[in-house]
Design a protein around this ligand. Sequence first.
Ligand code: TXA
Ligand code: MG
Length: 327
Amino acid sequence: MRLATTTRILRADEQAVEEAASLLGEGRLVAFPTETVYGIGADARNAEAVARLYAAKGRPAFNPLIAHVPDLAAAEQLGRFTPEATRLAQTFWPGPLTLALPKTFDCPVAELATAGLESIALRVPRHAVARAILENFGSPVVAPSANRSGHVSPTSAEHVLADLGGRIDLIIDGGPTSIGIESTIVALLGEPTLLRPGGVPREEIEAVLGQKLADVQSKEGSNAPLAPGQLPSHYAPRTPLRLEVNQVGEGEALLAFGERLPQGADRAVKICNLSARGDLIEAAANLFSYLRALDAVGASAIAVMRLPRGGLGEAINDRLTRAARGS
Ligand code: TXA
Ligand code: MG
């Protein structure tokens, strides 16, 4: 995969902000400070940019990402706000609170960025540099913490460089972040639930809501919290999936990869090719929308070709295995 690149560092000023916005528009990856931790930003509407972002982080699975916007009006284009959500946004935005809400019907954020979920996590950061980039770019930016998967979140440009140097295009250096822990995540998808403790204390949120926040419980009934990304059930097609096929059966649809199709491909009800040229970044970018498209044709099964396991292949195979299990 084409990950290696030269990582430039620019001190945060007006010109750096313009450069950041222009690179984002070209689908590139730009790390920038927020008041919590540094994030790696990508154009939320550009599925290939989002795929590159997962690859740069080295995530073995597609965790849904937070979409960052400059204000409540921009957030309302992406998520459906209940009165409680609006009250929380008006009280804590801009600031270290992320709200998980149902997606709007015409939400322009790439399916890969929300890992195919019907919900979306939204945040309006307070940091002047983050705000300037978002305003200048004028479109939502997904930004996970700017660390390699499994490492701690970065609170300085040096941390970002140590973890992601050579894997992203630009780092905007705005000095150390002030809060140093990630945003608090609250889901308003039913009972208000605390998905991740963070920069806004739970008591302050409960005071505004006038009720306690539920906690994330693991399915096994123990009190161990689930990782936030595991709480919402992931998108799973209704049509059964058959993995690593060598042959397409009667009435089946085909999810292909590469230029050589399996036997019987000519009788497939419908074919979507994740990447005819065998590029895993392109495949990741197409994965969720193609699964949905094939799920919609009423096939007896979706036959899935074998995909390589390296790089983004690990996350793609993880998602396909779960979809085949129906989880
Ligand atoms: O402070 C922060 O929030 C930082 C800065 C850069 O803004 N960002 C950050 O992003 O911490 P990340 O990707 O490292 O963590 C985002 C968390 C993940 O645990 C993910 O599972 C959860 O948000 N998440 C995203 N979308 C979600 C959704 N629709 N429902 C539930 N959880 C979601
Ligand atoms: Mg993180």
